[in-house]
Design a protein around this ligand. Structure first.
Ligand code: CA
Length: 503
C-alpha cells in the first residue's frame, strides 16, 4: 500500500514515499487526485485560498487557490511567508541540557600540542599567496607526489591550497579581511599538522605578512618565485622546502584522544523533500552525540537558516551569541539585496523537482542537521571557534564555498547530506556523503557512504541511523574508514568566499 510521510501532527500536507498515480489510495484512506511525484506535497484535508500550508509544524506558505484533500500542492500554489524579523529575537528559551550519551568518547587522531583541534589526516598543505603561482606549484606538487611522498609513508598526501585571489583584488576593501582571514586559517587547519608552507610571487597585493605572523616569515616557510632564477630553480626550491616538512610530518603517529579534540563540519547540498525527513535529522542526532561527548560541530549556510532563524535563536546560550546570529543574518540580507536578489534565490531547480517548493520549506529541513544542542557560538565567515560544542559558522550555502569556509573554521571532516546526489569533495578533509533515499544509495553505491533512506523505508529510526553515522564519523576520524570521495580523490577547487571587489 502507498505510504505517506507526515512529519508533525499539525501538518496539513504529507509526502508520498514513491511516485503515485491519480486514484491511488493511501493507508490513511486518502485518494490522490493527481499523479504526484515522490516527495512532493499532497493535501491531507480540504484547504481554502489563503490557508497556511504547514509542514515540520511550521508555515511554509499560504495557498493562492483552493485545494481539495488529496490534491498535489505545487510550488506555484504557495505564497512565501514574511521573512522573520531579526529585532529582539527571543534567545535561550529552548536549551536542551539532556543530549544523548555517545557510545564512544575517544578517537585516534594526530595531536598538535597547544592547538584546539586534532588532525585526522596527515597532509602537507601548501598555500600560494596569489593564483599567479598556482601553475608552477601544481607541477611541483606532482613531482613531490611522485618523488618525495613514497619516502615518507606516514604522510597521506600533499595538498595545494589554490585560490583565485591574492592579486587583482581590492586588498583594502571593507570586506577583504574575510577572505584573507579564511586563507590564513585554512592553512592552519589541523589536518596540516602545524606545518606552514607559503609560495608567493613577490609583487602581489596579498603579502606574506598577511598570511604569516612575524616569527613565521622565514626561509623555512616562505618562497618567492621572483627570487628564483627560472622555472627549474623554482621547482627545486619548492621540493627542498617540502622535503624538510614531509620528514617532520612523517614522524607523527595517531594517539587516542577525547572527542573534545574533534571538529566536524555539517552541510547539505542537492537537497530534496526527504533530506529533512531522513539524512538531516540523522546527522542532527549524530551531532547531538558528538556534542554531548565534548566535540565541536559546525553548521552553516546562512540562506538555509534565515527563514527559521528564530528556531536557532531560541537555542543560543547567551544574548551575545543571539546578537551575533542576528548580525550575521543582517549582513547577508544586505549582501543579497546589493546583488538585487533575496533569500528565494537559494533554491535550485533540482530542489524544486525534488519536491521542495520554496526556501522556507528547504530551511526547515536544513536546520534539522543541527540537532537539538544549544548553540554556544556564532562565527563570521572564516573565523575559528573559541568554544566547544555546536557552533553556527556563517557561510553561503553554496557547497563549494561552505566547504573551504568550514575548513577555515577548523573542521577536519565534513558530513554532507544530499537527496539528489553530488560528487563534491575536498582534498584537505574527508567528506562523508549521506543520502536521503535508498534509491539514491543503490544508484550511486560507489559515491555514497551512508543511506539514511532506511528512515523513509521505516526500517530504522532517526536515532539508529544517527548512531550509525556517529560511528562512521569516529571511524573516519581514526583513519579506519575512507569515504568514497577520498578514495576516488574527488577534490573540488577551494572557492573561498570573497564578497570584496575584484579590480
Ligand atoms: Ca550547501
Amino acid at each position: 500500500m502507498a505510504r505517506l510521510i507526515q512529519i508533525q501532527k499539525k501538518d496539513n500536507v504529507a509526502i508520498p514515499v514513491q511516485d503515485v498515480a491519480k486514484g491511488t489510495v493511501f493507508a490513511n484512506g486518502l485518494t490522490a487526485l493527481n499523479d504526484i511525484p515522490q516527495g512532493h506535497k499532497i493535501a491531507l484535508r480540504p484547504l481554502k485560498k489563503n490557508d497556511a500550508v504547514i509542514r515540520y509544524g511550521s508555515v511554509i506558505g499560504c495557498l493562492n487557490r483552493d485545494a481539495q484533500a488529496g490534491a498535489w500542492i505545487t510550488g506555484d500554489m504557495l505564497e512565501l511567508p514574511e521573512l522573520p524579523s531579526l529585532e529582539n529575537m527571543p534567545w535561550g528559551i529552548d536549551i536542551n541540557a539532556a543530549l544523548p550519551a555517545a557510545p564512544r568518547e575517544t578517537f585516534y587522531g594526530y595531536d598538535i600540542p597547544g592547538v584546539r583541534f586534532a588532525g585526522i589526516r596527515n597532509f602537507l598543505g601548501i598555500m600560494p599567496t596569489a593564483h599567479c603561482v598556482s601553475g608552477v606549484l601544481n607541477i611541483a606538487v606532482e613531482k613531490m607526489r611522485k618523488e618525495l611522498l613514497p619516502k615518507y609513508p606516514n604522510v597521506d598526501d600533499i595538498v595545494p591550497l589554490n585560490h583565485i585571489y591574492g592579486c587583482g583584488v581590492a586588498i583594502d576593501a571593507r570586506e577583504a579581511h574575510m577572505w584573507i582571514r579564511s586563507l590564513k586559517n585554512i592553512m592552519r587547519n589541523a589536518n596540516f599538522g602545524g606545518e606552514l608552507m607559503v609560495v608567493g610571487l613577490g609583487c602581489e597585493k596579498l603579502t606574506p605578512a598577511m598570511l604569516l605572523d612575524a616569527g613565521e616569515i622565514t626561509s623555512e616557510n616562505l618562497i618567492n618565485l621572483q627570487d628564483c632564477e627560472g622555472f627549474t630553480a623554482m621547482i627545486a626550491a619548492m621540493m627542498g622546502m617540502a622535503e624538510k616538512k614531509l620528514a617532520r610530518l612523517d614522524t607523527r603517529r595517531r594517539t587516542e584522544l577525547p572527542l573534545s579534540r574533534l571538529c566536524v563540519g555539517l552541510q547539505c547540498g542537492g537537497s530534496d523533500a526527504f533530506s529533512g525527513v531522513s539524512c538531516n535529522p540523522a546527522a542532527g542526532y549524530a551531532s547531538d552525540l558528538l556534542v554531548g561527548a565534548g566535540a565541536t560541530t559546525l553548521f552553516s549556510e546562512v540562506t538555509e537558516i534565515r527563514d527559521s532563524v528564530h528556531v536557532i535563536a531560541a537555542r543560543c546560550v547567551s544574548e551575545d551569541v543571539a546578537r551575533k546570529l542576528a548580525a550575521e543574518m543582517r549582513w547577508f540580507d544586505e549582501y543579497l539585496a546589493a546583488g538585487g536578489v533575496d533569500r528565494e534565490s537559494n533554491t535550485a531547480p533540482g530542489n524544486k523537482a525534488g519536491g521542495l517548493s520554496n526556501i522556507v520549506e528547504k530551511t526547515l529541513g536544513s536546520i534539522a542537521k543541527s540537532g537539538t544542542a544549544p548553540v554556544v557560538e556564532v562565527l563570521s565567515s572564516g573565523e575559528r571557534p573559541s568554544k566547544r560544542g555546536l557552533v553556527f559558522a556563517a557561510t553561503p550555502a553554496s557547497d563549494l564555498v561552505c566547504g573551504p569556509q568550514q575548513l577555515a573554521s577548523g573542521m577536519v571532516m565534513q558530513v554532507f547530506m544530499t537527496g539528489r546526489g553530488t560528487p563534491y569533495g575536498l582534498a584537505a578533509a574527508p567528506v562523508i556523503k549521506v543520502v536521503s533515499r535508498t534509491q539514491m544509495k543503490e544508484f550511486w553505491d560507489d559515491l555514497v557512504d551512508m543511506n539514511a533512506g532506511t528512515v523513509v523505508d521505516g526500517e530504522e529510526t532517526i536515532e539508529e541511523a544517527g548512531t550509525r553515522l556517529f560511528n562512521m564519523i569516529i571511524d573516519t576520524a581514526s583513519g579506519l574508514y575512507k569515504p568514497w570521495a577520498e578514495r576516488h580523490k574527488l577534490y573540488n577547487e577551494l572557492a573561498v568566499f570573497n564578497p570584496a571587489p575584484i579590480t
